[in-house]
Design a protein around this ligand. Sequence first.
Ligand SMILES: [Zn+2]
Length: 691
Amino acid sequence: MSAVISETELLVQFLKNVKLFAELSPDSLAKLGTCLKTAEFPPNEVLVREGAPGVSMYIIKSGLVEVRKKDPATGIDFLVAQLTEGAAVGEMSLLTGKPRSATVTTVQPTVVFTLTRADFRNLLTQHPEISLGLARILAERLEDATKQVGIEYINLFKGNFDPRVVGLLPQALVSLHKVVPIAYVNNSVTLAMVNPSNLVAFDDVRRYIKGVIIEPVVCTDEDFRKFMDTVYPHLMGIKEEPAGSSLKRDDKRDERRREEKRRAAADTPMQSLEDLQNEILGGLEVQSEEEEKPTNTMELATASEDAPVVRLANNILALAINKGASDIHIEPQEKGVVLRLRIDGVLHVENILSKKIQLPLASRLKILARLDISERRMPQDGRISIKIDERAIDFRVSTVPAKFGEKIVMRILDKSGALLPLDKIIVHGPTVEKLRWMINQPYGIIYVTGPTGSGKTTTLYSSLQEINSPEINISTAEDPIEYDLAGLCQVQTHKDIGLDFARILRAFLRQDPDVILVGETRDQETAKISVEAALTGHLVFTTLHTNDAPGSFSRLEEMGIEPFLMANSTIGIIAQRLARKLCQNCKVPTEVDETTLGYFGYTRETAPTFYTGEGCEKCNRTGKKGRVGIYELLLMNDELKRAVAGGAKSDVIRDLAVKNGMKTLKDYAMILMAEGLTSVDEVLTNLVVGG
Ligand SMILES: [Zn+2]
């Protein structure tokens, strides 16, 4: 006997741990092993594409893959699962002969065993015990799917069922296990089940319809009971239609009309929010009095998985992305629910939804964000992670119990998009050059300042992206993590467990970093560690809440930093604002009054041409499209260092910086106005009112 374990034995051992094959004997597993081929995939490779025909199934030998399912109405890919070693992928499509129902993409370098359709079919016929493994996998997957997406969910009152199919199982079995066969194709039955993890039901059904492949879908207990009381007897011809059935028929006709409308609407790329809302309201009206106010968690979850609610929630997300919004606000009022989107920094009312939609919609969004839907009195924070057109987008969801119900705000974090090089986000060439010089210094601190929503994060990330390389160690402490940058060590703060910026920063310093980003400096401890890190040879990026660059020194002094330490650790300070950009399609010259000209230091004679947007198709008649940054870069030199170390006031520092070539926010804004990139009113709003 050899002490070395043979490759076959290793493979058998591995396959034994694959749930699908758990019931097979070692001999069968060894035979199975001979049918398997190995394939290797790099990260981000599509293994299985949704809608494609199934030719093989895969068993993950090592690595990590992501399973995503597309919502057909909006094109949003929802993350359904992450699978690793031992998981099987793509067997469903082989069983049903239907196209792939999800897309599977590698996250890490992944090695898989592949099994062809023919080999898989052979295996199934020779080893019926596999079906037990299959049933288990199905049950688990369904539980996950219904929890997460609600796609495998069926409303028994929305289908036109064939009595021959429904009659495949005897009524006793249907009632016992609460299962209804609703479709039967190629020896595969679609089974509506109240409890998809009922393994006994699987076995009983398979015993009854011999060798059948079961594709379970979920229905509610409520739905099932109503179906059994009304539709089922009618379909099976068990008894006459019950009294009051004319009303039921009307309901059904309405239902059909709604369904037709829905189908027609599904042809257009996106259903309007109004249509969806009407559909949900229609659905609510046919419910009886007692169910109108779902209160317990189970009913809430059920109401929120009703297909129109799912689609309404999806469409709101898709709408916000398509409109380029940064935030979604869902605000219950006394008589309705206001949906507002923040676009280019300004909130717009997008729609006012019916009060009746408030609860199901909130529940649906909370399910997507993995929040506790029964908790409506405490604020909660969560996250929805989706992919749309290959872009990974996160929604940071927060709920707050307000007077008329939970207010939900979702911040959109487009982690894959918008990370442009610095010369694409900063239009003024010399400013880009100065910033590039700053970020290429070996050590010191770079502060970025400005109010919330002034684009500080974009500047920081674009800078990090420019200096990112495998030779340097970049670590970031953030709240929240707004972009995913490959090769960075990104850490999210968690205030509730005491993981704040200062604590992460101290941990980073023990990990030999070259570059550190601290999301925000707002306390003495963080400020001090940053300065120490900078003085001990690290390049530190962070943000401050100050109005302009020179004012940052007094802010740091308030936080207890010694002036000579500031002077010696600071490389430079960037102050910035985001102004709405004039629509370049409809901008026209405009007159500006004397006072305003005076503010900018112009006379009628010296003033350039100013522009305003007339409004056109391309800009939604607003005259503004996109945004443009206004920057003020203060670069330290010996003269400024001496002034800062000597405790000079902001005004003195500003004058010195200007003397040394600093363009103030106002100077920079004047360049943008003269080039027709933004308007006078926009600059005044940003620099005078907002500043
Ligand atoms: Zn326009």
